[in-house]
Design a binder for this molecule. Sequence first.
Ligand code: FAD
Length: 378
Amino acid sequence: MFPTEEQTLACQSLRRFLDDRIEHAYLALDGAPMEKAVIQGFLKDLAGFGLTAAPHPEEVGGMGLDWLTHLMLFEEVGVSAMDIAIPILINVSGADLMIRLAPDPLRDRYVPPLLAGETSIAIGISEPAVGSDVAAVTTRARRDGGDWVISGEKTWISNGRFADFLLCTCATEEGLTHILVDREEHGFETRDIHKLALNGQSTAQIFLDEVRVPIENTIGVAGRGLQQTLVVFERARIHMAMWGVALARRALEESIRYATERSQHGRKIAGHQLIADKIATMATEVDAARLLAWRAAGLIDREIRCDTECAMAKWYGTEIAVNATRQAVQIHGGNGVTTDFIVERLAREAIIGPIPDGTTEIQKLLIARSLTGVSAIR
Ligand SMILES: Cc1cc2nc3c(=O)[nH]c(=O)nc-3n(C[C@H](O)[C@H](O)[C@H](O)COP(=O)(O)OP(=O)(O)OC[C@H]3O[C@@H](n4cnc5c(N)ncnc54)[C@H](O)[C@@H]3O)c2cc1C
């Protein structure tokens, strides 16, 4: 599996833009929560390189490229700023869901600005008592005349604070149903959750109190919410795999730089065998994780269902990032735990990856179930 010349050139040109224009501006924010205008500014700039639009069909404002190319570009953004990569991940996965399932008027209204980087979406499944067991959603939507009336609380919702609209997974008489709630038109309250890292973007609680939304805002068929979105989980999970690849690659690059500059015991620390071992292991794991993700992307591009391959890529990529960033801190010695060096931030960010979009444990249960036919989940 090798990138084409076009893919390589696209990544190189994006890399230059990220280095020259984005990373400095992002670092200047010093991890503070980004205002909506700031985050949309980054997204709009990056939309020019195809991020958010690349894998979607041209008739809805996309570029009609493949998922593999999109993921290569996504890796580059993650190497510079995971706080900016996450909104891209959510907007691309959310747009995919809208393109597949939304009725035409909603698709025509909400998808083009999303792909242009002008607006953001949030996907609300998780609740205070509903995490890995997504089927247990309790946020209730009841029919009242021509409307849904929604009450409940969502939590851990990426983009929550600044999203223009929410795809809210609700329990309805028919079963789980996705309903589009527009922040301005229908209203919902949010509160950011402060985490150990990645507070520039938003992970938020969302409160819905008797929110009235037209029945026409149903996304897909009422009651078929989970079954209809399994393919969207595939897309979200390969993004998470690339999240891991991006952080681990940055950790490796920073480690190589430091180990070839820093000397102890009369030589560059890269020349000590135990440091060389760490660098070789990190490099091998980055490549292995990337190849797993690329394989899954290749299957998606061939329209072959690949839950198992995406689950493998997700757990492996996010877990090797935890290892790689931890080793990068170790290679930096005392400097590694200071905010003067980027590796401490990478390590804090990496530890989050094995949780969203299905934890490592859940991915392994899914893989084992597909191999044995026996489910260990319930
Ligand atoms: C940064 C971030 C962003 C997120 N973004 C979103 C978002 O945009 N939208 C959204 O809806 N959600 C989002 N989430 C929520 C995320 O999907 C959940 O946190 C995740 O699914 C795990 O749920 P939980 O946190 O409730 O943990 P729990 O499900 O309570 O799990 C706790 C522990 O038990 C383990 N466990 C659970 N069940 C089993 C089992 N059957 N067998 C073995 N082990 C098990 C888990 O692996 C974990 O280690 C986000 C979370 C984070 C941290």
